[in-house]
Design a protein around this ligand. Structure first.
Ligand SMILES: *Cc1c(COP(=O)(O)O)cnc(C)c1O
Length: 343
């Protein structure tokens, strides 16, 4: 058990002792000149794992996604995304400002879009329409509760994108979780996509960073755009050293987070007044609501905090996320705390 049981997000994880050591020993160079061997190694390892030609170390998931969208869209283009997508809702409007594209959202089921609906929203060539440049999928889908977008669905949307000649981007910030939960290889998950962004700093514990992967020419353009955004960092191998540990050693452990989330969800679902759909608890995110008590949520979360358990109120619901720094005892403490608070 930890001093504070922090279930607000898996972004609260800190570097492991092994990462601190790797930082101290990392071989460094000027990455803007292409000279940082540690960054180059992280980019190549990640690209290889995802089955892509090249990778680009970026400062955040938001930067990886928005550069990914921007390299495929001309200003004024339209892109199709899911209604609850992180790229659309949680990246501070960067889709408009950085990617310069307008969204055409689709309401999915647990984050899963209907391929026929995607196809129906691709605009005909007509001077009055925006040009549809791209479709993007999020896997796992954060807002839907860390749900897994099935591989058949990813392939069906990929087939539409290919046939209609639009690009295909994956917000794979949480792809590691989908991989561990299903046993389906990362390469298999990524095959259809032109670009994929994966996050190092959630369950994988790196302090900073994501990697955007794709073919060589797309990543070359992405490198330009990253520099324009002020994301050209110099001896950044000090961070990439942690990322190498993330991708090579921290992925399999996500299974523990999934087991803890399941335990937490089952305990919560059994409590009176809690509405929780266990079918959506597929990885490390647990969402639930307290029907009729929505306005009390901030006060309840404050009471929970007095018992050293942190959760997050999001859109009238409670979100709790498991990660490297909450263990089984933290889960037990959280369940006890909720029982008291709800009584
Ligand atoms: C966390 C996350 C991101 C990246 O968020 P940052 O705050 O930029 O690190 C992107 N997409 C999804 C689905 C996420 O969960």
């Amino acid at each position: 058990m930890h001093t504070i049981s922090d279930f607000r997000s898996d972004t609260v994880t800190k570097p492991t002792p092994e990462m601190y050591e790797a930082m101290a020993r990392a071989e460094l160079g000027d990455d803007v000149l292409g000279d940082d061997p540690t960054v180059n190694r992280l980019e190549q390892i990640t690209a290889d794992m995802l089955g892509k030609e090249a990778g680009l170390f970026v400062s955040s998931g938001t930067q990886g996604n928005q550069i990914g969208l921007a390299i495929h869209c001309r200003p004024g283009d339209e892109l199709i995304c899911e209604f609850g997508a992180h790229t659309y809702n949680n990246e501070s409007g960067a889709m408009a400002r950085i990617a310069c594209a307008q969204p055409r959202p689709i309401k999915g089921k647990a984050g899963v879009m209907d391929p026929a609906e995607v196809e129906s929203l691709i605009r005909p060539n007509n001077i009055h329409n925006p040009r549809t440049a791209l479709v993007t999928v999020e896997n796992t889908h954060n807002g839907a509760g860390g749900t897994i977008v099935p591989l058949e669905n990813i392939r069906a949307i990929g087939e539409v994108a290919k046939r209609r000649n639009i690009k295909y981007h994956l917000d794979g910030a949480r792809l590691w979780n989908a991989h561990v939960a299903t046993g389906i290889s990362l390469k298999e998950w990524c095959r259809e996509f032109d670009t994929v962004s994966v996050c190092l700093s959630k369950g994988l514990c790196a302090p900073v960073g994501s990697v955007l992967c794709g073919n060589k020419s797309d990543i070359e353009r992405a490198r330009y755009l990253r520099k324009q955004l002020g994301g050209g960092m110099r001896q950044v191998g000090i961070l990439a050293a942690c990322g190498i540990i993330s991708v090579t050693k921290m992925v399999a452990r996500l299974a523990e987070d999934h087991a803890n989330a399941r335990k937490l969800a089952e305990g919560l679902a059994a409590m009176k007044g809690v509405q929780l759909d266990l079918a959506t608890v597929q990885t490390n995110i647990v969402f639930f609501s307290l029907p009729g008590r929505e306005r009390e949520l901030p006060a309840l979360i404050e009471k929970l905090q007095a018992q050293k358990v942190l959760a997050m109120a999001l859109g009238g619901r409670v979100r709790m996320v498991t990660h490297h720094e909450v263990d089984e005892e933290d889960v037990e403490r959280a369940l006890m705390a909720w029982k008291t608070v709800l009584a």
